[in-house]
Design a protein. Structure first.
Length: 151
């Protein structure tokens, strides 16, 4: 009997969540987040160079947009976003800083959660980090006929 009650309760709870989501989707005035670009390609970048890029977006909806959570796929990518509501028609920036210490390919994502009707939005960064080339200076002229001094 307890199992049946638990199953019915879980079913009703899940149904209410689905219905609440449908109601939110029907709001014609809901904010909408529109990005200028959703992928940033660094191309080839040198190790320890500045790995900062920006994703510009606009609130194209009719109500204030609030970014509730912006999460990266790993700790080497750190997003910074506006904490205040973005009014309709206003443009803001999400800054993403990638730690270019590691050599190799970059393929990371940043997930933007908000009150927008098109939430979540996934932003991507990609590219390749290569080591800085070693600067080769002039070699010393060595006298091959001299013998080393031993002490």
């Amino acid at each position: 009997m307890k199992r049946i009650f638990l199953i019915v309760t879980l079913f009703l709870f899940a149904s209410s969540l689905v219905m609440a989501q449908d109601e939110a989707d029907k709001n014609p005035n809901a904010p909408e987040i529109t990005f200028e670009k959703t992928t940033h390609d660094y191309g080839t970048i040198h190790q320890n160079d500045d790995g900062t890029c920006e994703f510009e977006f606009t609130n194209t909806g009719k109500e204030p947009l609030v970014l509730s959570r912006v999460r990266s796929s790993c700790g080497c990518t750190v997003p910074t976003w506006p904490r205040k509501p973005i009014l309709p028609g206003k443009t803001e920036v999400i800054e993403v800083k990638y730690n270019t210490h590691r050599i190799g390919r970059i393929n990371k994502s940043v997930t933007v959660m908000s009150n927008a009707k098109n939430s979540p939005v996934v932003l991507r960064i990609k590219g390749k980090v290569v080591p800085k080339s070693q600067k080769i200076g002039p070699e010393k002229d060595v006298d091959k006929e001299s013998t080393p001094i031993s002490g």
